[in-house]
Design a protein around this ligand. Structure first.
Ligand SMILES: CC(C)C[C@H](C(=O)NO)C(=O)N[C@@H](CC(N)=O)C(=O)NCc1cccc(N)c1
Ligand SMILES: [Zn+2]
Ligand SMILES: [Zn+2]
Length: 163
C-alpha cells in the first residue's frame, strides 16, 4: 500500500460553513486526533491555511464529487483517501451526521473518534480485523477522551509504515 514519502505532514480544514459546529473546536479536535498517531511514530502534523496542504479536510454531504456519496444521517460517517505519493489527499466527514466535539459525549457522533480512524487511512492504514483496534471497520466509543491510548494493533501498523 501507499505511504507518505516524508513524515512532516501539513493539514488544512477547507470547509467553512460547519452548520452548528465551531470551526475552532473542530480544528482542536483534528489536532488531537492527529496526535494519536504522532505520539507513536516519527510523524509530525502542522496546520496550514492552504489548499496545497498534504491532508485536506472537508465536511460534505450526499453526492459530493467523488464516487463515494454519503448516506445522509446514517452508517457511513466519513471516508479518507490513501497516501498518493506526496500529492494532497482528502478526508471527508459526512455533514449530515450530528457531530460532537466533546469526547465521550453521548450526544451525537464523536468527531475525535471518527477523525482518529480516518487519519489512519490518510496515513496508509487499511481496516483491521482486530475488534478493539482503532482501524476496525465499525465505530465504537473510545474512553479516556483526548488521552486515548492507541491499541497495539494500530501502533504496530503505524510503526511498520513510519517507524
Ligand atoms: C466503507 C467505508 C467508506 C466505511 C466508512 C469508513 O470506514 N471510513 O473510514 C465508515 O464511515 N464506516 C463507519 C462504520 C460505522 N458506522 O461503524 C465508521 O464509523 N467508521 C469510522 C470509525 C470511527 C471510529 C472507530 C472505528 N473503528 C471506525
Ligand atoms: Zn468523499
Ligand atoms: Zn475506515
Amino acid at each position: 500500500g501507499q505511504k507518505w514519502p516524508y513524515t512532516n505532514l501539513t493539514w488544512s480544514l477547507r470547509s467553512r460553513n460547519l452548520k452548528d459546529l465551531d470551526s475552532y473546536q473542530v480544528r482542536f479536535v483534528i489536532s488531537k486526533a492527529l496526535e494519536v498517531w504522532s505520539r507513536h511514530s516519527k510523524l509530525t502534523f502542522t496546520e496550514v491555511d492552504s489548499d496545497r496542504a498534504d491532508i485536506l479536510i472537508y465536511f460534505v454531504r450526499g453526492d459530493h464529487g467523488d464516487n463515494f456519496p454519503f448516506d445522509g444521517k446514517g452508517v457511513i460517517l466519513a471516508h479518507a483517501f490513501f497516501p498518493n505519493g506526496g500529492r494532497s489527499i482528502d478526508v471527508h466527514f459526512d455533514a449530515d451526521e450530528t457531530w460532537t466535539t466533546i469526547p465521550n459525549s453521548d450526544q451525537g457522533t464523536n468527531l475525535f473518534n471518527v477523525a482518529a480512524h480516518e487519519f489512519g487511512h490518510s496515513l496508509g492504514l487499511s481496516h483491521s480485523s482486530i475488534e478493539g483496534a482503532l482501524m476496525y471497520p465499525w465505530y465504537k466509543e473510545m474512553e479516556n477522551g483526548f488521552d486515548y491510548e492507541l491499541p497495539d494493533d494500530d501502533k504496530l501498523g503505524i510503526q511498520t509504515l513510519y517507524g
